[in-house]
Design a protein around this ligand. Structure first.
Ligand SMILES: C[S@@+](CC[C@H](N)C(=O)[O-])C[C@H]1O[C@@H](n2cnc3c(N)ncnc32)[C@H](O)[C@@H]1O
Length: 270
């Protein structure tokens, strides 16, 4: 299943990592993840989300604020019963771990370009193969997965399609234009609407849009720390002014927000 990110040949296991027939070796970290991101594929020293973002997201998600989002994703995955699955852009593994629980007999893979994220993620579900890797060069063989998840993450559609077997599918989870509306209204003078479905224009030929649904609920953020974590794990943490962010964090409790997620499922046809 695993392939070399440099020459795409199959990788075989060593005690402390993996190697391809051409001798390209990749280490397994002591935490258990594989480092499949060669230095020449990095466009910065520490690509992906940094430690502060990863920790804020872990604190926020572990507090259960998005539990219904993960539960629905796990249900949708379990209905499809894949033999092998991949979480692309898995972050610190909150959703991945729940996919692993919902798919106990399947082989799970998860990757993220952020070492800080994968380092923490791999503690959540040791049976999953965790990889620091780029979604632009997924180190998995063609047609090796029946289910791919992409949650709140950028997505390389062509790579997602490549690793899916025909009949398998990609579940993309992302915000609708109403997501966190109250927070955005508190942070910005003008909140511009955007199209929820602009990603549909990126779907490559040979993939069919098979299912779409929206999950919406209200969240009451009582603790200032929860609001600080939510800001720190999103672009609002650097995009909004410091004054506006402080107003949100110090807002007299509670601060109510709408969570609005869209699930889209795309099936590989051939
Ligand atoms: C908003 S986070 C979502 C993380 C996780 N799916 C979640 O919802 O908790 C987006 C993730 O995409 C990762 N990412 C960004 N560019 C990437 C790339 N080229 N390859 C792999 N991961 C990438 C980031 O490091 C980050 O962890």
């Amino acid at each position: 299943m695993l392939t070399c990110p440099l020459c795409q040949a199959p990788l075989s296991q060593l005690d402390n990592g993996v190697v391809c027939p051409a001798g390209h070796r990749f280490d397994r970290a002591r935490q258990g993840y594989l480092n499949l991101l060669p230095v020449q594929h990095k466009n910065s020293r520490d690509p992906g989300d940094n430690q502060a973002m990863v920790e804020a997201r872990r604190n926020f998600l572990d507090a259960g604020h998005y539990a219904p989002v993960a539960k629905r994703l796990a249900e949708l995955a379990s209905e499809r019963q894949p033999g092998a699955w991949l979480d692309i852009g898995c972050g610190e593994g909150y959703y991945t771990a729940q996919l692993a629980q919902a798919l106990p007999d399947a082989q799970g893979y998860a990757l993220d370009i952020s070492r800080e994220a994968v380092k923490r993620a791999c503690r959540r579900a040791p049976a999953v193969t965790w990889m620091v890797a780029s979604m632009a060069r997924v180190p998995l063989a063609d047609q090796s997965c029946q289910f791919v998840a992409s949650v709140f993450s950028p997505l390389d559609w062509a790579e997602a399609r490549r690793v899916l077997s025909p009949g398998g599918g990609l579940m993309r989870v992302g915000p609708t234009s109403g997501h966190l509306m109250e927070l955005r209204q508190a942070l910005y003078d003008e909140v511009r609407p955007y199209a929820d479905d602009k990603h549909l224009g990126l779907v490559p030929p040979g993939m069919a849009h098979a299912h779409s649904e929206t999950l919406e609920f209200r969240l009451s953020l009582v603790a200032p720390q929860a609001r600080a974590d939510l800001l720190a794990m999103t672009p609002h943490g650097w995009r909004a002014s410091a004054d506006k962010r402080a107003q949100v964090i110090e807002h007299p409790a509670p601060f109510d927000v709408t969570v609005s997620m869209r699930y889209d499922y795309f099936v590989r046809q051939d």
